[in-house]
Design a protein around this ligand. Sequence first.
Ligand code: NAD
Length: 496
Amino acid sequence: MQQINHYINGSYTHASKRVSLVFDPATGEQKANVSLASAAEVIDAIELAKKAHVSWSQISPLNRSRVLFKFKALVEQNMDELAKLITGEHGKVLDDAKGEIIRGLEVVEFACGIPHLLKGEHTEQVGGGVDAWCVNQSLGVVAGIAPFNFPVMVPMWMFPIAIAAGNTFIMKPSEKDPSSVMRLAELLTEAGLPEGVFNVINGDKEAVDTLLTHKDVQAISFVGSTPIAEYIYETASKHGKRVQALGGAKNHMLLMPDADIDQAVSALMGAAFGSAGERCMAISVVLAVGGSGDLLVEKLLPQIQSLRVGNGLFTDMDMGPLISAQHLEKVRGYIEKGVTEGADLLIDGRQLSVEDHQQGYFLGGCLFDNVTPEMTIYKEEIFGPVLAIVRVNDYTEALNLINDHQFGNGTAIFTQSGEAARHFCHHVQVGMVGVNVPIPVPMAFHSFGGWKRSLFGPLHMHGPDGVRFYTKRKAITARWPKSNQTKAEFVMPTMT
Ligand code: NAD
C-alpha cells in the first residue's frame, strides 16, 4: 500500500504514528495511507520554516519571482500527471482537473510580478528636509489549510504570493486527496526553491491546532466548511495571528423572465453539476422569477437526464463520483429530507448505477422543484449534484431571499435588462456577482472571497488582497539634519 508522508525542508519524511486512508472514489478502493502529523512533527516543520525565512526573505524579489517562473513551466510540463493525481483521489473529470491547475497557475503568474507588487510608496519632502516612505515586508512563517475539493487550485491561491513576498509556508492539504500538492512541493524544489521555504504537513485536527496556536506562525489562510472556518478564525485570532478563513456557500442564480433561457440553462448545467456540485461557487439554487420556472424545468429535465456520470479518468464524462462514502450518504440524506419536507423531486440521481463501478461513490444529477426557504435543502449547503428551484413572484422577492441567506459567496443574475443587472450588482449582499456569468470566480489579479458566513476576516484571497495579507507595512520618516539644528521638542511634532 502506498504511504504518503510529509514534505519538509525539501524532502520526504518518515511516516507518522497515525494514518488516514485515501480512496479512489470512482472504485471505492483504498489507494494509500496518509500520515497524520503529531504536534511535535508540526513544531519541527515550523522551526525549519522559521530558519529558512531568515535567508529567503533576504533574497531579492526578482530572484524569488524567477523561481516561480521556473515552477510555472514545470507545472505546465507535468500537467497530465498532476491532473491524474487529482482525479484519482478527488474523482472530478480530467479536463476539470486541468482547469483547476490552470486557474492555480494564474496566481503563480500574478505572483511572478512580485517585484512590482511589493513596491512601497514614497513621498519626498513631507516636511522641511523630511522624506517619508512605506515598505512591505514579509511576515515570517505562514500556513495554509485546504479543503478536498480543489487540491491544487486552493493551495495555489495561497502559497505563490506568500513565498514570492518572502514568507516561508506550511501547507496542510485535505487528508482525503493529498498527493497532488505533494507533487507541487517536489516541483518547487526542482524549480530551485530553497529547503524549508515550502513544506507540506499532512494531518487532521492535531496538526491544524498546532498551526493555529504556535507562536511562530504569523498568519493562517483557510478554505473549507463554515463551522471549521469559524473555529479557525476564532482560535488563530485569539493567538494573535492574521486570519482569512473562507467557508461554505449556497449560490443562487436569479433567473429573470427576459433571460435567454437556452443560454441560462447551458450555464446552469455546468455550474450546478460540474465537479458533481462539489464547488464552493456551484449554483445550487435557481430563483425562477415570474413564469420562468415552467420553461426552465422543461429545458433542464432532458439535459440532467443525459448527464454522463462515470469514472473521471474516462473520456467524455460530465461528472465523476463524490469524494467519499460518508459524503455520498450525507448528500443522499439531504435528498430524503427534501422529499419529506415536501419539495418535488423531479429527477432522483440515487437510482444511478455506473457499470463496473458498483463500489464507487456515484450520484446522478438531482432536480428539486417548488423548494421553499424554510426547507433544509434550501438553508444548508449540500455540496453535491442537487439543484433546487424556488419559484418567486418578482425580482424584489428573489433579491431579498439572496440577501437573507446565511451564505454570501457567489451569485448570478441572468437577464437582458441592464437596469435589473445594475440594480442587482449594487444591492446584492454577496461577495462575487455574475451578470449572465454563472460562476463569477475572479481572475488571479483580482481577489476571491465571499460575504456573511462564507468568509471570516477582512481580506479576500489572492490578487491585491493576497499581497496585503502576506505582507506587513512599515512606514519610515527620515531627516538628515545638520548637527547644530537639533533641539528638544516637547509638543506633538507637526510638519512645516
Ligand atoms: P472541511 O472544513 O471539512 O475541511 C477543510 C480543512 O480543514 C481540511 O484540511 C481538514 O483536514 C481540516 N479540518 C477538518 N475538520 C477540522 C477540525 N475539526 N479542526 C481543524 N481542522 C479541521 O471542508 P472540506 O469538506 O474539505 O471542503 C468542503 C467545504 O469547503 C465546503 O463547505 C465548501 O463550500 C468549502 N469551500 C469553500 C471555498 C471558498 O472559497 N469559500 C472554496 C472551496 C471549498
